[in-house]
Design a protein around this ligand. Structure first.
Ligand code: MG
Length: 398
């Protein structure tokens, strides 16, 4: 009995020690004791700068409620001890953030960030960043992503590896075929299928329009389709009829079929649906996940909504513990934020990381797509390389 108790006690302590000394903390410890840095002369201060950027869409982007040709973005950069990390806030208008609101937030965040002497304390840093304002989730994510890139660069490893994820487990990525003329839809669907992607289709208009969109794609390819209704179906019986029809068309999942506040109806639908029902608009942050449990089959994690990689990693753990499915999605983003999302690909059932393919003026490159799967870069941090000819002016001003 005593032996067993001693064993349990020490096992518990070992567990606790493993929790406290997480990989980043262990490596941080190694860093501080060896005094490793790029040079002894570099400034050991977390220096935040930013650069407003307008992403130009290759094609007009149409979802259930709006169309647009550009997306406002603020790129960020954090330097420390000769190392650099890049981040991004991508702000499609429906999120309620703008270049001005992001820069206002970053100006407030800059001195707070400077108080921290150790970039490895990402959890503590992000808790303080979160406390500065109630909203600004994309602006907060731009700091979180830059911090992760910076720390990964200091460690010399990519985040999927630091977290112990196996990129061989990455699922097929989906490519959105937008609402368009039948001819363009057929062309886009063919292209997406040829590259091995799943096809993502935005529905939520009239029954006739929605069915015509699916039938048009099915004229040219049998490739599996992911549906995003963007809250477009207001009646649960109608939604279930549509899902049953879609189930005969090689569709694999349905994202946000009904308005986010219709939680009970979502649960009713999930119980009866032959296809998994994923929460997107209903899932913003870690605290939402427990409310969605039992009502949705899984969650769509977007870094711009959940303040970045640190909280996304926690959402992944909670969803896994609740046996909920996980997908990682994106906004129209440059390769900076896509590379951050790509670190999570190995633990997803689906990835929807096509934002960088939709823009004409991407400024970085990192993760690649091989036979329809996202392959996160094997390089340190987020593996970001600036594209040739790109000249970004980062500063701590307007
Ligand atoms: Mg969605």
């Amino acid at each position: 009995m005593t032996d067993r108790r001693t064993f349990l006690k020490s096992a518990g302590l070992l567990g606790a020690a493993a929790f406290v000394l997480s990989p980043t903390r262990l490596i941080a410890k190694a860093f501080s004791s060896s005094g490793a840095g790029k040079s002894g002369k570099e400034k050991k201060e977390l220096e935040l700068q930013w650069c407003p950027f307008e992403a130009k869409m290759k094609h007009v982007f149409t979802i259930a409620n709006s169309s647009r040709t550009t997306t406002p973005i603020v790129l960020t950069r954090i330097t420390f001890d000769g190392y650099t990390g890049y981040g991004e806030a991508a702000m499609p208008p429906y999120l309620g953030e703008t270049i001005n609101s992001a820069i206002d937030y970053l100006k407030k965040a800059r001195p707070v960030l400077k108080k921290f002497k150790d970039p490895f304390m990402i959890g503590e840093i992000m808790a303080e960043m979160d406390a500065i304002t109630t909203n600004n989730t994309a602006a907060k994510a731009s700091i979180d992503i830059a911090l992760h890139d910076l720390v990964g660069n200091m460690i010399g490893q990519p985040w999927w590896k630091i977290w112990g994820f196996n990129p061989a487990n990455s699922p097929y990525n989906s490519f959105t075929v937008g609402l368009d003329t039948a001819e363009v839809v057929r062309k886009k669907a063919k292209e997406a299928a040829a590259e091995g992607n799943l096809i993502k289709v935005k529905l939520g208009r009239t029954e006739e329009q929605d069915k015509m969109m699916i039938n048009t794609i099915r004229e040219v390819t049998d490739t599996t389709i992911c549906i995003d209704a963007n809250q477009g179906w207001k009646d649960k019986f109608y939604a279930l009829d549509m899902i049953n029809w879609l189930n005969t068309k090689n569709v694999c999942m349905i994202e946000q079929p009904m308005p986010k506040l219709m939680l009970e109806e979502a649960g009713w639908l999930t119980e009866r649906s032959p296809l998994p029902i994923m929460a997107d608009e209903a899932c913003q942050r870690l605290s939402d996940v427990r409310h969605l449990y039992g009502h949705y089959s899984g969650i769509n994690i977007k870094l711009m909504k959940c303040t970045g990689m640190h909280e996304a990693r926690e959402m992944v753990s909670l969803a896994q513990a609740l046996n909920m499915k996980i997908m990682v999605g994106c906004m129209t983003e440059t390769s900076v934020a896509i590379a951050a999302g790509a670190q999570f690909a190995p633990v997803c059932q689906w990835t929807d990381l096509d934002g960088n393919w939709l823009i004409a003026n991407d400024c970085f490159h990192s993760s690649t797509v091989e036979n329809g799967r996202i392959i996160p870069s094997p390089d340190a941090g987020l593996g970001l390389k600036m594209n040739k000819g790109v000249n970004l002016k980062y500063s701590a001003e307007e």
